[in-house]
Design a protein around this ligand. Structure first.
Ligand code: PNS
Length: 159
């Protein structure tokens, strides 16, 4: 089974990485798909986000990392998949994700959206929180993968 894990990943956090590492165990191939959420202005370009994910994930033949534009439903179909996985942190994520899952089902009736609960350690974590902390000189140790921490801090503190 090919599973697509879509998101903005602006930037990837340890919460995202946790979902990637667990999701790849329940499928044959996981496609991490970096898209644009039109309601958010991204800090990192799609290429930068893909590079950061690649560095964080390392070499894993079952994980493909790519960008996509347009509708997620179209991307999933073109990737030969029928399954999307999303992480859920709290009830506050649920309403938005429920709407997305139903809209995607309307667009592509064969497509299923699966939800994976975040690990409790990361339930408070988001890319926006990471960016706010780093921009204001706070410590993001333990919030993002260590090997990309400096790149993230540099981008956010460079004026
Ligand atoms: O990390 P995010 O912000 O939850 O990621 C959102 C993303 C990129 C997965 C979502 O905005 C998306 O699927 N965008 C593509 C457009 C689309 O298909 N929207 C759903 C139907 S309105």
């Amino acid at each position: 089974m090919i599973v697509v894990y879509p998101g903005s990943f602006d930037p990837i956090t340890n919460g995202h990485l946790d979902i990637i590492n667990r999701a790849v165990c329940i499928c044959d191939k996981l496609i991490v798909a970096v898209g644009s959420n039109e309601s958010k202005k991204p800090t990192f370009t799609v290429e930068e986000r893909i590079d950061l994910i690649r560095a964080a994930v390392g070499d894993c033949e079952n994980i493909q990392i790519t960008g996509f534009t347009g509708l997620l439903a179209d991307f999933v179909r073109s990737a030969g998949s029928k399954t999307v996985i999303k992480g859920l942190r709290a009830m506050s994520d649920f309403e938005y994700e429920f709407q997305m899952a139903l809209l995607n089902k309307k667009l592509e009736p064969d497509m299923e959206t699966l939800f994976m609960m975040t690990s409790v350690n990361y339930s408070y974590l988001s890319s926006s929180a990471v960016k706010e902390i780093a921009r204001n000189g706070g410590c993001i140790n333990g919030l993002v993968p260590e090997c990309i921490r400096e790149r993230i801090v540099k981008k956010l503190t460079c004026r």
